[in-house]
Design a protein around this ligand. Structure first.
Ligand code: ARG
Length: 280
């Protein structure tokens, strides 16, 4: 949606209200604005752009977009709506390399799509919500075992990703930037690519369910973030408030177990320990 002045005014009132508490006299007028907004039944629309070709972050189950990011994004806005905000979330499917320009052009408000940090991305980054890394996935029977072995090899990465940047940094690599991650994976399987670079949780999912292996050497340690348009402080402040609550919640633990546990034995152990009260 387009953030009009009046919408941001309502939002900042809502945020002022939640910061100062309902009873304070300074928040009285904000309180009536926020209440009116709720009463009028006109929620603030938030469109989230995502590229569902990146399991377990986001993928398609028939027509439906599913994954950790989808569950988390819905959780964030449910949380905000229970805490004085009034948002209506719509998910918009798009190819990954177009999400940032769609944000900049006000076609979508947020990107939640396994985003990691890149200094060249002219957007706002939220606080992190998950740990990641850029890693190299190869076929199980490949003789590539180290980063050095990638010299002269055909390396795939998704177009516009930090994985593509990492691939370009590998000396002597023949890089293919591919729009759809599913196509990159099909090319790897068919041996028309020698390796594909991606986020570690995605690689772990492929390695756990197919004939692939991950090189030990990571290319980049990363974290995942929600992104918004530069200057969209109101929305990002709300998102960060919700991410803080999410990171502290049992629901995150459950979602991690649901989407990531079968791809990572250590996180399974942690989740099990947490569930039985053994953690911390
Ligand atoms: N973490 C990488 C980046 O931010 C790749 C994300 C790709 N996400 C996707 N849904 N295909 O560039």
């Amino acid at each position: 949606m387009k953030f009009t002045k009046s919408v941001s005014a309502v939002l900042s009132c809502v945020m002022a209200l939640s910061l100062t508490g309902c009873g304070s006299s300074s928040a009285a007028s904000s309180s009536s604005t926020a209440a009116a907004d709720k009463a009028s039944g006109k929620p603030v629309e938030v469109i989230i752009g995502t590229s569902p070709d990146y399991p377990p972050y986001e993928s398609l189950d028939n027509e439906d977009m599913v994954g950790f990011d989808i569950d988390m994004g819905n959780w964030l806005f449910d949380y905000l709506n229970k805490n004085g905000y009034n948002y209506k979330v719509t998910w918009s499917q798009m190819s990954f390399d177009t999400i940032i320009s769609a944000i900049q052009a006000d076609q979508v408000d947020l990107g939640i799509s396994g985003f990691t940090y890149d200094k060249d991305r002219k957007v706002l980054f939220s606080d992190p919500y998950f740990d990641s890394a850029e890693v190299v996935l190869v076929n199980k029977n490949s003789d590539i075992t180290t980063k050095d072995d990638l010299k002269g090899k055909k390396i795939g990465a998704q177009l516009g990703t930090t994985g593509e940047t990492c691939a370009n940094d590998i000396e002597g690599a023949q890089v293919q930037a591919i729009e759809d991650m599913g196509v990159a994976m099909a090319s790897l399987k068919a041996n028309s690519l020698d390796a594909v670079i991606m986020d570690e949780p995605v690689a772990k999912q492929y390695a756990a369910t197919g004939d692939y292996k991950i090189l030990d050497e990571k290319l980049l340690e990363e974290e995942n973030y929600v992104i918004a348009k530069e200057g969209n402080i109101e929305l990002m402040d709300a998102v960060n408030k919700a991410i803080k609550a999410f990171n502290d919640s049992d629901d995150k633990e459950k979602m991690v177990e649901k989407w990531f546990a079968n791809t990572d034995s250590s996180s399974t152990a942690e989740a099990t320990a947490a569930a039985t009260g053994d953690a911390q």
